[in-house]
Design a protein around this ligand. Structure first.
Ligand code: PMP
Length: 943
């Protein structure tokens, strides 16, 4: 605040309207944080550190006005109780009742012992100003509106700031952790304050929504009073059933503290005694001789169908592996991410990208039903029960123990038979080695084979009346691991052997770099390592699902069971080559030709698109006796010598070597960026004339043309849809010049375009040579060339055609399965329907976001051309790269394409459905609203 000449902070000014109180503030650069997207971890840390420094500086500051009645002072939050009736929704009302009860009974009484002081108390995203520095980093440039300063518990500052910084975040607890860690660095929080942080966050959210309900009755038209209401409710929805012990552990760990003060002591005590504990399944079944099972996402136990994940199948396989009938125990690992927990049967829910509790927090011991369960050490019964709301344990028991120096901990036993509970009354003493229960059968085990879920509870004794979480979301795992450490020492087992650990990505990257060239590229700034695929989803090792909007090779969906079964059963029987007779070869050819125009009747099966194009070139040359080829600019036909030579996308790139003398480049019929544009009804004819000009020039040099090759809808060229009339005219001209027409339909065949089954069909032409690849084998190497009898005859006079693996017995079985699935599941019509939804949604986004210059495509072959200026159509290459990586962070996978790498490529497996389309559109809309996705990015300060 700038003082007046007299040194006063305010003055009275008179104008026509009367007297006014006036003061002068200096200008702070930046925008309110609410309008800045996304918030970076560094920004959150900076806010935390600034607030910590502020509170440290305010220590000892006193002022009479600090103690006024203020509804936002968390110490006074109890005022909301009489207004809870305003919340009509019964679910929401329940959350608030719980929060307010907890505040009154547990939180408020502890205020007495907490630090108090003057706090700012209102670090919401409308009171924080953010700017970008010259490197594009977000900086906190100011804190405004000190109107809610008050005398309160100091921890209230951090709790309020954490509540707001979490709003609108995908991973709210992580966002808060970043802020709290920095706050703690500047203003260390005590153990008691750490313990109250989460309850106070919930309290602040409750105050916010109740206040909005109260005030909006008084001032229904004032948008500011309800500005945080919707995000606060959304956050409450996410947080209301979070385990406060886990949140506390997580935030403590972020602050560099032991996740739980007592847990480390319990761990050390148990380690010292391991090897001497009584065997939990009895001396006849020592866990140490057990068989460790792989039930992780990287294991195929349970089958590959994640929607119908079959516990019964799982059971058979586990039993087989563990030898469960005998005395050998099967061991299920601690920390293991398991697909079984993401199956709908485990409450997976509708949103496939929602966080899933996939990581196991106990050790499982598989043994026959009825096996006696013994206490590994002396204890007493703390609780028993039947199943639980969150997790079906069958019968369960919790025993309480103490270390020698009195630190309490507990052991949990799940999937017990019901019969044992009669004499397990609360407080009963159990001796070390005493058998106190028996293992339940399949019904008590979620239809899995009988096993004991054994879990160690190293902390949180005040809540030992309930069942602990048996599984954790991967993002919570580190915190949960502190509360529920590996119980291996109690089973006399090695911790290393019983803990699931992930491969190190860094190590994997360097192993790859050591043996491969750098031009073997990885996608994304942060490479992705999926371990499992299912339909249009990919899963990382910890079981996080990613929406696949990009991969067209797994055409009928990743790991389609019918395709898997076809490959598996044929592999068991026979896999030979085309020098022998087998039905599959003819059958696959019949499947394809049944859908093709009559003229395309002779097939060649090979292993890749490159090999198919290579063969197509030979066919063209054999038939015409000419050598020269017309190719389309930016085309990509493969990586072999001949295929490279006809791919300007490759030979025109740095180090690509340029065009051979027999290769002649013709323009891409791009009606968005090229010389002839959409809206010109003659665009197709004009592009065809451009091709004709190249042809004439070639002929003018006295050269003969063997043919013209082009992708039906150019993909790497930028997801281009050629205009009406183009292909027809080019084909006519090429044929008139004695050449043949080759359609590379590798990307666009088999129903992808929705409107037609084949790409050439969409263009209204019939090629002389058709090239098929990628999707034909759903990922199994299988490609084809189909041509006319006349061309085939010209070729047949040459040497033997033989490709060792091409058309092998297994590849034909796979190819047939893919064709059958396409028909049975009606995937072409499905692509047409979902593609139309996507195109409509993307066009709506184009209306909202100037970054989108063009939306084009058909079916599930779509391009979104990003521009920094709609008039000049200057490509937004940097924005496209940002969006691709940012979407990957949001667990949506797509690619960028086009000569300027500015076209978002949407080309998913054909199973991509309406919920997937909605999820993609919603995430795209979020990211399009972010600052680095704006056409005028970077801001002036960074240029
Ligand atoms: N043609 C087109 C249109 C392609 O997109 C590709 C691969 N990107 C190929 C041919 C080469 O196929 P492959 O990688 O199977 O050799």
């Amino acid at each position: 605040m700038v003082p007046t000449r007299d040194g006063a902070s305010t003055t009275i000014l008179a104008d026509a309207g009367g007297e006014r109180l006036a003061w002068l503030l200096t200008f702070l650069p930046g925008r309110v944080m609410a309008s800045v997207r996304p918030h970076t971890p560094a920004l959150r840390a900076e806010i935390g550190a600034a607030l910590g420094r502020l509170d440290a500086a305010l220590a000892g500051f006193e002022h009479p006005a600090l103690d006024r009645e203020l509804k936002w002072n968390l110490c006074r939050a109890g005022w909301i109780r009489p207004h809870l009736g305003l919340i009509q929704d019964p679910r929401r009302r329940t959350w608030l009742d719980r929060i307010v009860d907890d505040f009154t009974e547990r939180v408020a009484p502890r205020f007495e012992s907490l630090r108090r002081g003057a706090i700012f108390g209102d670090a919401n995203d409308h009171n924080l100003l953010v700017d970008y520095d010259g490197q594009g980093r977000q900086r906190l440039s100011g804190i405004v509106d000190f109107g809610d300063m008050c005398h309160s518990v100091v921890v209230g500052e951090a709790a309020v700031a954490a509540a707001y910084v979490m709003m609108g975040q995908d991973r709210p607890l992580e966002a808060a952790a970043e802020l709290l860690a920095a706050y703690h660095g500047a203003m260390p929080l005590t153990d008691d304050e750490q313990a109250l942080l989460f309850p106070l966050v919930l309290t602040r959210l409750a105050v916010s929504v109740v206040n909005a309900a109260v005030v909006s009755r008084e001032r229904p038209d004032d948008p500011y009073v309800t500005v945080s209401e919707a995000p606060a409710w959304r956050l409450l929805e996410r947080l209301h059933d979070c385990d406060p012990r886990v949140v506390e552990a997580r935030w403590r760990a972020a602050c560099g503290l032991a996740a739980h003060p007592g847990a480390a002591r319990v761990g050390a005590w148990l380690h010292g005694r391991s090897g001497k504990f009584a065997e939990v399944l009895g001396p006849d079944r020592p866990a140490a001789t057990g068989q460790v099972l792989d039930l992780s996402f990287a294991s195929s136990i349970g089958g590959n169908d994640l929607d119908e994940f079959d516990p019964a199948d799982c059971a058979e396989r586990i039993a087989a592996q563990a030898g469960a009938g005998g005395t050998r125990v099967g061991i299920g690992r601690w920390g293991e991410p398991r697909p079984i927990y993401s199956a709908p049967a485990f409450g997976g829910g509708d949103d496939p990208l929602a966080p899933r509790r996939t990581r196991h927090l106990g050790v499982d011991l598989f043994a026959p039903a009825g096996t006696l369960v013994h206490a590994p050490l002396a204890g007493e019964v703390a609780a028993t029960g039947w199943s639980s709301q969150r997790f079906d344990y069958g019968g369960w028991a919790l025993l309480r123990h103490r270390t020698d120096d009195g630190v309490p901990f507990a052991t949990f036993y799940g999937h017990l038979a019901r019969s044992v509970f009669t004499d397990l009354e609360f407080g009963r003493r159990i001796d070390a080695g005493e058998a106190f229960a028996t293992l339940g059968g399949r019904p008590e085990n979620g239809d899995w084979p009988p096993h004991l879920h054994f879990q160690l509870l190293a902390a949180g004794e005040e809540q030992w009346g309930e069942t602990p979480d048996g599984v954790a979301d991967p993002d919570d795992f580190a915190a949960c691991a502190a509360l529920y450490p590996n119980p291996a020492p109690l089973l006399n087992l090695s911790e290393a052997a019983t803990a699931w650990t992930d491969t190190s990505l860094e190590a994997l990257k360097s192993r790859r770099a050591a043996r491969f060239v750098p031009t073997l590229r990885l996608s994304y700034a942060e490479p992705f390592r999926p371990v499992r695929g299912w339909r249009h989803f990919l899963y990382d090792a910890e079981g996080r699902a990613y929406l696949d909007a990009y991969n067209n090779v797994p055409h009928v969906g990743h790991c389609h069971p019918k395709v898997v079964a076809a490959a598996e059963s044929q592999l068991r029987l026979l896999n030979t080559n085309t020098r022998y007779l087998y039905d599959g070869l003819a059958e696959l050819a019949e499947h394809l030709t049944a859908k093709l125009p009559e003229s395309l009747s002779v097939c060649f099966f090979v292993n890749s698109g490159s090999e198919a194009n290579e063969l197509a070139l030979r066919l063209a040359r054999a038939h015409t006796g000419a050598r020269d080829m017309l190719v389309m600019d930016h085309a990509s036909h493969g990586h072999t010598t001949g295929a490279m030579a006809i791919s300007p996308y490759k030979f025109n790139r740095p180090g690509g070597g340029g065009a051979e003398e027999w290769v002649h480049v013709t323009p891409v019929p791009d009606t968005y960026r090229g010389p002839h544009r959409a809206g010109d009804p003659e665009a197709g004819a004009r592009y065809a004339a451009d091709v004709r000009a190249v042809l004439a020039a070639v002929q003018g040099q006295g050269r003969r043309v063997a043919g013209y090759i082009a992708e039906c809808l150019p993909s790497v060229g930028g997801q281009i849809v050629p205009p009406q009339g183009f292909a027809e005219t080019v084909y006519r001209d090429v044929r008139a010049a004695g050449g043949v027409c080759i359609a590379d339909d590798v990307q666009t065949a088999l129903g992808r375009l929705g409107a037609t089954f084949w790409g050439f069909e969409y263009l209204g032409v019939v090629p002389d040579i058709l090239v098929l690849g990628k999707p034909m084998g759903n990922g199994y190497p299988l490609a084809a060339v189909v041509t006319t009898p006349a061309i085939a005859r010209s070729f047949a006079s040459g040497p033997e055609f033989f490709s060792t693996f091409g058309g092998s017995t297994v590849s034909c079985a796979v190819g047939i399965a893919v064709q059958q699935v396409l028909d049975e599941e009606g995937l072409q019509a499905h692509a047409a329907r979902v593609g139309a939804e996507l195109l409509a949604g993307l066009s709506a986004l184009a209306g909202e976001f100037p970054l989108i210059g063009d939306v084009r495509g058909t079916g599930l072959f779509i391009g979104v051309d990003l521009v920094i200026d709609r008039d000049t159509r200057a490509p937004a290459t940097a924005q496209a790269a940002y969006m691709k990586d940012r979407l990957r962070e949001r667990r949506v996978l797509l690619g960028t394409e086009g000569p300027h790498d500015n076209v978002l490529k949407i080309r998913p497996p054909m199973t991509f459905d309406s919920p997937a389309a909605a999820c993609l559109l919603e995430t795209l809309a979020d990211v399009l609203a972010e600052d680095p996705a704006q056409p005028d990015w970077p801001p002036a300060a960074m240029r």
